[in-house]
Design a binder for this molecule. Structure first.
Ligand code: COA
Length: 154
């Protein structure tokens, strides 16, 4: 199992994976254009030609980035892939020198295992709400916000 940066040709499968779980209300749907525009944010795990998992680290500001769109295909879950994708994002954030990572999720317990702490969504900088305006759930967001402060110099 290898975590790699996504390629343009992965996008249709990534969207299918994300929107499969979005249809079950487990995460937010993504349009093809959103994924294409942000392709450099994404990591994937491939099994042959098939994309079995993805996530993204999106830089919001000088000191803040977001982990988003974490999805592992049902038949590939519980093998540590989700954990490794989060680690890949945290590691990229460290390399970039970004000290604080946040996520919005329906699975807070999964992220708490990495040291993420629940915060009031209103504590997040207003800048992060730009994409929320496009969300069908706005302004009634029912996701939980979590923040993780990366130790300095690690
Ligand atoms: C949540 C998800 C990413 C986990 O992926 P995964 O590859 O199965 O996770 P892992 O195998 O790396 O799991 C590692 C650990 O997390 C735990 N875990 C998995 N899902 C969890 C959850 N919802 N809540 C708490 N812990 C969870 C596992 O029990 C495992 O713990 P262990 O090592 O003590 O056994 C996956 O279930 C998924 O894609 N779900 C649908 C989309 C989604 O909910 N995305 C995340 C929110 S945006």
């Amino acid at each position: 199992m290898k975590i790699e940066k996504a390629r343009i040709s992965d996008v249709p499968q990534m969207q299918q994976l994300i929107n499969y779980f979005a249809d079950k209300d487990e995460m937010l749907a993504r349009s093809l254009s959103e994924i294409y525009e942000n392709i450099r944010d994404y990591f994937v795990v491939r099994q042959g030609e098939r994309v079995i998992a993805c996530t993204a680290l999106h830089v919001s500001w000088s000191d803040l980035a977001e982990i988003k769109s974490l999805a592992v295909a049902e038949d590939s879950q519980k093998q540590g892939i989700g954990d490794q994708l989060v680690e890949a994002c945290l590691s990229e954030a460290r390399e970039l020198g970004i000290p604080t990572i946040f996520c919005l999720t329906y699975k807070p317990a999964f992220f708490e295992r990495f040291g993420f702490l629940q915060v009031d969504k209103m504590e997040l900088p207003r800048k992060v709400w730009t994409e929320c305006y496009r969300c069908p759930k706005f302004p009634n967001c029912d996701e939980v916000a979590l923040i993780c402060h990366l130790p300095a110099g690690v």
